[in-house]
Design a protein around this ligand. Structure first.
Ligand code: PGA
Length: 254
């Protein structure tokens, strides 16, 4: 089974709605001919409406950077899965390391968010990854497997088919320090093996596993050449239309 690559841009807390629409217009024109990979962008909540509108005639999917586990109610400041869906989103990030660290999101909460995304008809991109301290202590694979078990371990095989996993070593996010393709591949292979062990070989083969952490036009080809890396979750380099488009078109820059 061949897995279609997915290149996703996480804009984080950057871009006003106007700036987001401008960035989306840039992507629309640079990716006019329909790229060979799936493409998604994750604007801040406020920018979703203008970005969805700008990209409506394209195949680029828009997603939320987070969602609340509940569908609605007295949760001041939060946004639910059904709200994202109604706004035109197709995906949601769950468990980004910045939310784990700054918003203290627990494994239990993330499992509820994955379920909320699925229930709303959104594809969750479930993020996992170790800190530098954990890597140096030789714990990278254990940490990642633990995060996966907490976040998606209880899903049925049918639910799992709708999930994308993103491996993002915390020490490589926004630091300019990218994992080597071999370092990333080792973890991706372990994630795929974990999926095989907990569900079956078919689920493991079908699972899309993205790499994230300082992906740039200059390093994306090396990363994407690894057999178990099926795409990228891009932060900083997704904020400029030309660099994100260059990453999307990595197959063309031989
Ligand atoms: P970065 O961010 O590409 O700026 O390192 C990646 C991410 O956090 O998703």
């Amino acid at each position: 089974m061949s897995r279609k690559p997915l290149i996703a841009g996480n804009w984080k807390m950057n871009t006003t709605p106007q700036e987001g629409a401008e960035l989306a217009r840039g992507l629309r024109s640079l990716l006019l001919d329909g790229p060979a990979v799936d493409v998604a962008v994750f604007p801040p909540f406020l920018g979703i409406a203008s970005v969805v509108d700008t990209l409506k005639a394209t195949d680029i999917v828009v997603g939320g950077q987070d969602l609340h586990a509940q569908t609605g109610g007295a949760y001041t400041g939060n946004i639910s899965g059904p709200m994202l869906k109604a706004a035109g989103c197709g995906m949601a990030l769950v468990g980004h390391s910045e939310r784990r660290a700054y918003e203290k999101e627990s494994g239990e909460m993330l499992a509820a968010k994955v379920r909320a995304a699925l229930a709303a008809g959104l594809t969750p991109i479930f993020c996992c990854g170790e800190t530098l301290e954990q890597r140096d202590a030789g714990q990278a694979l254990d940490v990642v497997r633990q995060q996966l078990a907490e976040g998606i371990g209880a899903l049925t095989g049918t639910e799992l088919q709708r999930v994308v996993i993103a491996y993002e070593p915390v020490w490589a996010i926004g630091t300019g320090r990218v994992a080597s393709p071999e370092q990333a591949q080792e973890v991706h292979a372990a994630i795929r093996a974990w999926v095989g062990l907990n569900w079956d070989a078919g689920a493991a083969r079908a699972m899309r596993i993205l790499y994230g952490g300082s992906v740039k036009p200059a390093n994306v080809r090396g990363i994407m050449s690894e057999p178990d890396i099926d795409g990228a979750l891009v932060g900083g380099a997704s904020l400029k239309a030309d660099s994100f488009a260059a990453i999307v078109r990595y197959q063309e820059s031989a």
